[in-house]
Design a protein around this ligand. Structure first.
Ligand code: NAD
Length: 258
């Protein structure tokens, strides 16, 4: 298991399926955490449960000020920033592109793409400064999706945002390859989180049937378990993965290999 003792991790979307599991994994590995999500109360509950050194700051990732505050909190509370996991995200309803309501289009791009851009704009200078001052390197893990590397019919705007995150990840990785920051994208297929279960519930009809139809496209013919995804996230964040940058890590039961 990776050792994050004394390291500081910013994690957004911390109260969601992947976020909460990642928070637990980082806490178990000894990290200090700056957690963020939309509402303060569930964040505080999670922080209390995790014990140890956790700062919880609620806010909307579409507000660039939030990302600046998270970086400031990492430095103020823990004196450093080692890892940033840009995980907050939404999916729009399953619809053909021409029928996705404009408000859903805007909101998806705003949260899933602009939110990551704002976060990285706040994080990269802090990582770079620390590298200049101490020679220590950091890592950004952007939680994209397998829809960031292959097309996703009926989820086209989500796929556009996630492809954007992958482009951003590769470009920033190249910009910062010699400036102390590794930047990678995690690209899971459907995993059993509230996002995916809501998606199945909205698919109409029987939930099991909807799941069976969904996994038809996945060579392993099943959803991912959250822990399988978090294992990949921890790998990308791990300081031992020190030569891994600009990559997408698909955790997709073989989907993108086809
Ligand atoms: N679950 C999957 O199958 C799956 C697959 C591929 C990629 N992803 C990606 O993984 C990430 C996490 O998804 P999840 O499955 O844990 O979803 P989730 O819905 O369980 O959690 C998402 C979290 O993000 C938060 N959030 C939403 N909008 C926000 C905003 N504007 N500002 C701040 N926080 C906001 C939510 O409150 C929630 O806690 C997302 O980026 C998602 O696109 C999920």
């Amino acid at each position: 298991m990776a050792d994050f003792s004394g390291r500081c991790v910013i994690l957004t979307g911390a109260c969601g399926g992947f976020g909460e599991a990642a928070a637990r994994a980082f806490a178990a590995a000894g990290a200090n955490l700056v957690l963020s999500d939309l509402a303060q109360a569930p964040l505080d509950r999670l922080a209390e449960e995790l014990g140890g050194r956790v700062t919880a700051i609620a806010g909307d990732i579409t507000d660039p000020e939030l990302s600046l505050r998270l970086v400031e909190a990492a430095i103020a509370e823990f004196g450093r920033l080692d890892v940033a996991v840009n995980n907050a995200g939404i999916a729009h309803d399953i619809l053909p592109l021409a029928r996705i309501p404009l408000e859903a289009v805007r909101r998806t791009i705003e949260i899933d793409l602009l939110g990551v851009i704002y976060a990285m704009q706040a994080q990269l200078p802090a990582f770079e400064q620390r590298f200049r001052d101490t020679g220590e390197t950091g890592a950004i893990v952007n939680v994209a999706s397998v829809a960031g590397v292959v097309g996703a019919p009926m989820l086209s705007v989500y796929a556009a945002a996630k492809h954007g995150v992958v482009g951003l990840t590769k470009s920033a990785a190249l910009e910062y390859a010699r400036r102390g920051v590794r930047v990678n994208a995690l690209c899971p297929s459907f995993a059993r989180t509230p996002m995916a279960t809501d998606f199945l519930d909205k698919a109409g009809g029987d939930r099991d049937q909807a799941e069976a139809a969904l996994v038809q496209a996945i060579p392993m013919r099943r959803l991912a378990e959250v822990d399988e995804v978090i294992a990949g996230l921890m790998f990308l964040a791990d300081p031992a993965s020190s030569f891994v940058t600009g990559q997408t890590l698909q955790i997709d039961g073989g989907l993108s290999a086809a």
